[in-house]
Design a protein around this ligand. Sequence first.
Ligand SMILES: C[S@@+](CC[C@H](N)C(=O)[O-])C[C@H]1O[C@@H](n2cnc3c(N)ncnc32)[C@H](O)[C@@H]1O
Ligand code: SF4
Ligand code: SF4
Length: 426
Amino acid sequence: MTERERWPLPDKVAGYGRRDEFDRARKEAGQWVFWHDRVQLVLAGRYDEVKPLHVELSPTYLCNFACRWCSCRSAREEWSDADVFSHPRATPLTVIRDTKLDRVLTNLAEHKVGIMWVGGEPTMNPLLYPAAVKADRLGLSQCLFTNGSLLNAERAAALFDANLVFIRVSLNAVTGDVHAKYHDYDPRRNFGSRVLQNLAELARMRSERRSGTLVGVSVVVDEGNIGDLEPTARYLAQLCESQGSGGIDYAIFRPAFPFYTAQIDIRNDTLDKFLSVVGPGAPLRQALVDSGIDVVVPDQSANPAPPAERDDRGCIAAGLFGEVTPNGDMVACSDRYGNPDYFIGNVAEASIDDLWAGERRQSVLQLARETACYQTYCPSNGRGFFFNRLFREIERLRADGRMDEVRIWIDDLRAVLPTPTHSFFI
Ligand SMILES: C[S@@+](CC[C@H](N)C(=O)[O-])C[C@H]1O[C@@H](n2cnc3c(N)ncnc32)[C@H](O)[C@@H]1O
Ligand code: SF4
Ligand code: SF4
């Protein structure tokens, strides 16, 4: 087979480049093309009908941490990690219970919608573990984001046995007092050392290949923990080396993002300090790679996304990914962080087909258009923003009568990109 001369670029519609440009591009950005039914709707310009590849599902909005930089922070009161259902703030809006969770899973399964377990802190709700087993039996792909403080060997084993695609621990810091301060909990609770212990246990199980579940680590950085970035990276490399490699599959490092309501402390030189430890060419980054960890530093960390185009098209990417609250409410996209104005109905009470055909969804999309949600609110590091821009490029080519080029680009992407088994890295 002759080497192709033009390589399709995943983030530029009908765009092509040399092999080295393709190699540098983020492959996952183009993997949506493998969902043929969604692609057909996009090619037909029927964006409103696109159904989610996966949803972010919160078994609880409560959290035992109260990170200032998190838009989801909620518990600032004295908190015992024993029983989420008895928490003073446990209501149907903040903690999901059995029957409702069961109905949500059944309705998601009808369209094979994958699940990102998030929160709040998802492991605070013990129903997570049987629900993950059930979701696996229903054939749903799933993954978990956790602060790692409430796991133990038995819970970790249950998660591996439920065949999650990955378990991602938000580590952020390894020094006890930095960990406590950055996550804003009483240092006497000693969560920092519990996280380290649980991460080591996950890495051990992973290197024993208990299942195909990947173990990932997330480090979000602002001035509150920048001084701990180096010790954290060093700790991860040592942990992997002590497991004989293979214990931690990947580590993602990002500066804290200024989400609405998040209080982040990013100064003029924070980004430079960040890149000097984990940016391209940094020696410690190489040490992590040498220890077997795939290091991810998203592009937006160094190059912020260009601003949204001004037009009155509204949101044409809502739907591809969604969010389900602990009450079972489906949010129109995965970037509105539980905003009730964006609820399109309850997925414990109605099927996805009914929610998509309902008037409520149309009025939410109308709201997104009237308030120029894409241009004014949509987080520029999120999926919704990325696909709004990509689909607008498709619409520009449609207006120019160049849809054949779009179709060929999609076929070419399918020929050169790895076929995904889930949508979580898109
Ligand atoms: C909201 S948390 C929920 C799950 C769990 N409590 C945790 O901390 O992993 C999901 C992810 O969002 C990330 N996150 C929260 N606020 C952020 C911010 N301002 N910038 C970047 N990432 C953030 C967290 O670090 C975590 O990886
Ligand atoms: S980032 Fe996670 S651990 Fe921190 S407050 Fe938010 S939900 Fe809780
Ligand atoms: S513009 Fe962004 S935040 Fe607004 S509805 Fe669409 S995807 Fe969600």
